[in-house]
Write a protein that binds this ligand. Structure first.
Ligand code: SF4
Length: 328
């Protein structure tokens, strides 16, 4: 990894904004770079406090921490802007400067049968995407970047809870190529019905996610059935401003109409340990990151569903609509 935090640019921005105390959030993979980042702030005489809480995505804005600490600014490294909040936040997307040529060349044999490809990237590869597009075009491919839709910050940008931009170009492509990691390609595999090829530059691997879609959807259908059978239901809401996928009040009303006993539980971040003591709950609906239910279901002792899945269990949406809208 050759990470570029563009600290010169940050320094200029800080000089302009003149904050006195800054709360810095670092994505999980770059927490090890805290000391290097601290220097810029110290040089300018700005008090800096790092958040030690998890920052899985641009959704995890540490508003409560910043307010409690009376910080004037949050600087969030490693993700793109996700939502607007009523607090000054500066996002530093962070570039990973890599030589992509070897993996691009290697990918051609995996892409032989596909003429038109949809291309998406995780944020640290944004600066390279034009070169990647030109590479594929020079090898006879027709390339379309996924659309900037919903939570995606840029054309081609993909995040784990937003695949609308890929779905929008699905009919025009034979396959999708994701420059990112397994997390992004797995989400894409559930959301779209075309083959998804992951270029994993960190492990120097190219993976076709064939078969994953059906496996995951089968598991999700089992969880949906378990919510249908459940009597006592916990609705988990997190306090992170970007992680509010669906209305708890709406779900409470709908669950009651079906004769169930719902309760609403708030958490800073949900974990299996925290929900363990709610013994009497038969199934949970989590309104935080939808990928917790989809990716981490095996870690939880009870069924965990997303908002969209709950709508299917409550017969408000059909399974077909659920699939058409992207499943994540
Ligand atoms: S909600 Fe989940 S998938 Fe979406 S940005 Fe946040 S951590 Fe990533």
């Amino acid at each position: 990894m050759a990470l570029n935090f563009e600290l010169d640019k940050l320094e200029k921005e800080l000089k302009k904004r003149k904050p006195k105390r800054v709360l810095v959030q670092l994505a999980e993979g770059i927490k090890q770079n805290a000391a290097e980042i601290a220097k810029v702030f110290e040089k300018l005489g700005i008090e800096i406090i790092f958040s030690g809480e998890t920052a899985w995505g641009g959704c995890s804005i540490a508003l409560q921490e910043a307010e409690a600490l009376k910080a004037n600014l949050i600087v969030h490294f490693g993700h793109a802007k996700f939502i607007n909040v009523k607090f000054p936040v500066l996002y530093v997307e962070v570039k990973d400067e890599l030589n992509l040529e070897p993996i691009l060349k290697k990918s051609l044999s995996h892409l032989k049968k596909f003429k038109a490809i949809g291309l998406s990237y995780s944020i640290q590869h944004r600066h390279d995407i034009e070169k990647v597009k030109i590479f594929f075009e020079s090898h006879g491919k027709k390339v379309a970047l996924s659309k900037k839709i919903g939570f995606a910050a840029h054309e081609g940008h993909v995040i784990g809870c937003e695949y609308g931009g890929l779905k929008a170009i699905q009919k025009d492509v034979d396959a999708f190529v994701i420059l990112g990691n397994r997390f992004h390609s797995m989400g894409a595999a559930i959301a779209v019905e075309k083959p998804v090829i992951l270029l994993d530059v960190y492990n120097d691997e190219i993976t076709n996610t064939d078969g994953i879609r059906n496996k995951i959807l089968k598991q999700r259908a089992i969880s949906i059935q378990k919510l249908k059978d459940a009597k006592n239901v916990g609705i988990i809401i997190e306090i992170k401003p970007g992680q509010r996928f669906g209305s708890p009040k709406y779900l409470v009303d709908k669950l009651k109409e079906k004769g169930k006993n719902p309760i609403v539980i708030t958490m800073n971040e949900m974990t299996p340990e925290k929900i363990m003591n709610f013994y009497h709950i038969d199934a949970f609906i989590e309104l935080a990151c939808p990928r917790i239910a989809v990716d981490d279901f095996a870690k939880y002792p009870k069924p965990i569903l997303t908002f969209k899945e709950a709508l299917v269990a409550l017969e408000i949406k059909s399974w077909e609509d659920f699939l058409n809208q992207g499943a994540v």
